[in-house]
Design a protein around this ligand. Structure first.
Ligand code: DC
Length: 227
């Protein structure tokens, strides 16, 4: 019997604020595919470690925390954003703060943490297909994905987008602070030794600066085999 074809994966990597989250969710809904928001896993570990009072530079302690933290995702069923649970508690709002983003970026540089999250991420690859959003989806987690995209946008535009997102959620933060935070996070994510933020050699680069979301979605959908 011929081997079953692999479950298709579309990887969408890029820096924070490049539009990955919104675009990945729209595409997954459009295709009826599953969605992996890998950043939420790192945020959940950063949150759990901080809550437990663990020093985030203590690699061994944070790695243990990543190994035993029970992270869950729940579809609210009303078309709204997927809820993120840590130990059964809904922490969706808590993990979206800039403080938690910085904690996620810090613990994401620990090799043991990345190893602890590897199988959890690959388990999302189920039929009929997966849209995987992150930093190393195309390079490390799903290197055999048939379609890989790397989204970019200028730091100023990414800061503006994050500012609007956070304001819509009722969180207050200044644009200047956000720009500084985004640039610091980009540097940390791109310069870490393990799975740094970088495009896979076979990724299609898309600059989303000034491009409407619908146009980006259409361009990515057109890259999928058979479309
Ligand atoms: O996508 P995000 O902003 O929610 O991700 C938060 C942090 O998690 C990001 O700064 C780096 C880390 N991360 C990672 O190292 N690898 C991924 N695949 C996803 C996120």
């Amino acid at each position: 019997m011929p081997a079953a074809p692999p479950i298709p994966v579309l990887t969408i990597d890029g820096p924070s604020g490049s539009g990955k989250g919104t675009i990945s969710r729209l595409i997954a809904t459009r295709l009826g595919w599953h969605l992996l928001d890998s950043g939420a896993l790192y945020r959940a570990v950063g949150y759990a470690a901080s809550l437990a009072g663990i020093d985030l530079s203590d690699a061994a302690a944070v790695t243990r925390c990543a190994g035993h933290t029970c992270i869950g995702f729940r579809d609210p069923g009303d078309g709204g954003e997927t809820r993120v649970l840590v130990g059964g508690v809904d922490v969706s709002s808590e993990i979206r703060t800039e403080t938690c983003g910085a904690a996620a970026s810090a613990i994401a540089a620990i090799p043991g943490v990345r190893a602890a999250l590897l199988d959890k991420q690959r388990a999302f690859r189920t039929a009929p297909g997966l849209v995987a959003d992150g930093r190393d989806m195309g390079t490390v987690i799903f290197p055999d994905a048939a379609t890989k995209v790397f989204l970019t946008a200028s730091a100023a535009e990414r800061a503006r987008r994050r500012h609007k997102q956070l304001k819509d959620k009722g969180l207050t933060v200044t644009l200047d602070d956000l720009l500084r935070e985004i640039e610091a996070r980009d540097t940390r994510d791109a310069e870490r030794a393990v799975a740094p933020l970088k495009p896979a050699p076979d990724a299609v680069m898309l600059d989303t600066t000034g491009v409407p979301i619908e146009t980006v979605v259409a361009r990515i959908l057109a890259l999928l085999p058979g479309r």
